[in-house]
Design a protein around this ligand. Sequence first.
Ligand code: NAI
Length: 250
Amino acid sequence: MIDLTDRVAMVTGAGRGIGKATALLLAEQGADVVVTDVVPEREDVGDAVEDRGATALVRELDVTDPAQARAVADDAEAELGGVDVLVNNAGIFPAQSLDEIDHEDWQRVIDVNLTGTFNCTSAVVPGMRDRGYGRIVNVSSAAGGRVGWAGSLSHYAASKAGVVGFTRSAAIDLAPDGITINAVVPGMIDTGAAEEVSSPEEIEAAVAATPVGRQGEPEELASAVVYLSSEPAAFVTGASLVVDGGITLV
Ligand code: NAI
């Protein structure tokens, strides 16, 4: 078991899906959790964190706003002693073909998925540097690499490939201060979010293309995040941990 007792973890987009599963698993491993999202469901997730015996600090956070990100990091510092683990999970994936994407659509996806990752990372890194310890985990996507099953997502694919590039270069900058930064690369995870943008036939085709033959569970992604959030993962940095049931292999 990974022991995150006395660690403080901040999760973005923690109101549902992968972010929620991650916040709860981090709490189960002993971490106090800063539960952030734009949706009010974050309050229920905060309650569920506390049900697991951990402290929850629940904050509204739109990751596109760097001032909000800094304010949440400051609150976490004041109330819990600072963020040791940041999980940049917040993301949007509107299915739009290239012809449908206008400049505003493009910018919105880049702002949330890529710039949001930068904003929250920049907000917590000064405190991590002061304490000489940090774990940052960025949620990318298989759609950022091999995209055979993921057309109509060019803005999304660009943002998620960007997350991997950001992770690799930032790892070099952060390593001297005991801070690791890694990416997880999910395939199709059963959060209900894919159903909002894909037809049942598209989901079925993606499952058929997955060697494991099913969608992943949010908890299966969360357990990969928890590993990268742990002290024993100290020698892993700039890496991308693929959690995709093998879809990018075929
Ligand atoms: P979801 O839609 O269930 O959850 C995403 C969360 O992000 C929501 O709670 C939403 O309110 C929040 N969010 C959206 N915009 C935000 C903003 N500007 N600021 C703060 N929070 C914001 O999605 P899911 O499936 O849990 O995905 C989580 C992450 O995993 C995303 O980054 C997504 O791109 C990535 N991913 C998901 C896959 C899947 O199959 N579900 C596959 C590959 C990657």
